[in-house]
Design a protein around this ligand. Structure first.
Ligand code: CA
Length: 484
């Protein structure tokens, strides 16, 4: 029986090493599978410059999955290689697909520095040099002595990078482009050219780099047996490289993927999808910002337009929808945290629709203690389960009011007692007369969330009047269903 997929991002920014994430996810695999999680995105598993305290995005050694004593530790923030592989095994044993977080744009935490000629670039227009080429001392030598050539004897030096942001001898911050190098052209156009993000920026025009990263990708899939990749920071990497990399990896295993292209402009995302031959779905950043704005508009957002200018509306099969992630949390660079009161509405909008692959955030599910954010717990679990049990069949929209919007899922024959009515409001409570179709005609419905206590009777023609409270969502399902 084909069930609805639900991806879960299984980490948040402020986790502590003591939480031993690999062991936690292994222990919880059975429970997560039971409530309806089918896919899990794990954080970067390799050694970062910050050792035990690195979230994973300051990638140092992609071959060190918590196996070698480097950066002051054997394990990463999340545990050892053995624990990582065990977690993947446990997730697989519970029919959950595993996404690995792949950070290819840059390296941080070099072993040695070297003298390089470089020109300084203007911060907000990286196409403009502000200096002639001059000698700088760049941190670009990576020899991974702690790993001692195991898995790969590739050594990185300045010739494998385009530039960096720190001149050691001049003790100077800036954006330094190495002489003879140019920024990749097929990247985001912000700041003139957004190839450079941080650390030592990898040069994807260097054939040695391309060969080594493809070799690593094959090693990663064969070592870990992951099913999918979450590709980090792709707007800073030339699109052609990413498309080729995914194409090559799919010769090894038919992996899924989703990429983080952080831009709220829909056309920019669609342009990337076109350039990568529709082979790389993207997170729906424009939808995240719609949800964020709705949550901060004091009930004055036009809910009928919540899906306007979103990827899930335009290219539903290439959209991964989400409410928040590790970068949008309080205190992070892309802070745009969807307000708590709106979270159940936002999750209903991603989890109970036909279109898109929804992604549930760890920080919503378990809370973010570092910022006093309480777990949604049961509230979110109910919406996840509602997707698993009821969100099947045709979808009929009632997006005809600026506060109260609703949709019907008619249910299908494959899933007993499936079908539902979702109604929500960012303003005062309200109701709508809706038709649930023939299959669910002449039935009593109740609110699966428990937000509304009364029941609703649907007549022989399938018509009923459904309610929700103010600033709230109700999920109406057949009263005596096999799951209750
Ligand atoms: Ca780059």
């Amino acid at each position: 029986m084909k069930e609805n997929r639900i991806l879960m991002q299984y980490f948040e920014w402020y986790l502590k090493p003591e939480s031993k994430l690999w062991n936690k996810v292994a222990i919880n695999a059975k429970y997560l599978s039971a409530i309806g999680i089918t896919d899990i995105w794990l954080p970067p598993a390799y050694k970062g410059a910050g050792g035990k305290y690195d979230v994973g995005y300051s990638a140092y050694d992609l071959y060190d999955l918590g196996e070698f004593y480097q950066k002051g530790t054997i394990g990463t923030k999340y545990g050892t290689k053995e624990e990582y592989l065990n977690a993947i095994k446990e997730l697989h044993a519970n029919n959950i697909k595993v996404y690995a977080d792949i950070v290819l744009n840059h390296k941080i935490g070099a072993d040695e520095s070297e003298t390089v000629y470089a020109s300084e670039e203007q911060q907000n227009n990286r196409n403009v040099d502000t200096s002639l080429p001059k000698k700088i001392t760049a941190w670009t030598v990576y020899n991974f002595k702690g790993r001692n050539n195991k898995y790969s004897d590739f050594k990185w030096n300045y010739s494998h990078f385009n530039g960096t942001d720190w001149d050691e001898s001049g003790r100077k911050n800036g954006i330094f482009r190495f002489s003879g190098k140019h920024w990749d052209q097929n990247v985001d156009k912000e700041n003139g050219n957004f190839d450079y993000l941080m650390g030592a920026d990898i040069d994807f025009n260097n054939p040695e780099v391309v060969e080594e990263i493809n070799k690593w990708g094959k090693w990663y899939i064969e070592t870990t047996n992951v099913d999918a990749f979450r590709l980090d920071a792709v707007k800073h990497i030339k699109s052609g490289f990413m498309a080729d990399f995914i194409h090559n990896m799919r010769k090894i295993k038919p992996i899924d993927c989703v990429a983080e292209y952080w831009n709220r402009d829909l056309k920019t995302l669609e342009n990337y999808i076109t350039k990568t031959n529709s082979s790389i779905p993207l997170f729906d950043v424009p939808l995240h910002y719609n949800l964020y704005q709705a949550s901060t508009s004091n009930g004055n957002y036009d809910m009928a337009r919540i899906f306007d200018y979103t990827l899930v509306k335009d290219m539903p099969s290439l959209a991964v929808t989400f409410v928040d992630n590790h970068d949008t949390e309080p205190g992070q660079a892309l802070f745009s945290w969807v307000q708590e009161w709106f979270k159940p509405l936002a999750y209903a909008l991603i989890l109970l629709r036909k279109e898109g692959l929804p992604c549930v955030f760890y920080g919503d599910f378990y809370g973010v203690p570092a910022h006093n954010i309480k777990p949604m717990g049961e509230k979110l679990e109910k919406i996840i389960k509602a997707r698993k049990y009821f969100a099947y069949g045709d979808q009929i929209d009632y997006f005809n009011h600026h506060d109260v919007i609703a949709w019907v899922r008619t249910g299908d024959n494959e899933h007993i007692d499936s079908g539902m009515v979702v109604i929500l409001s960012d303003g005062p409570g309200g109701s709508k007369m809706m038709n649930v179709g023939k299959k669910l005609a002449n039935t009593v419905f109740y609110d699966y969330t428990g937000n509304v206590q009364e029941t609703v009777y649907v007549d022989q023609d399938g018509n009923g009047i459904f309610y929700c409270n103010g600033g709230s969502v109700s999920i109406w399902v057949k009263k005596e269903n096999i799951y209750s």
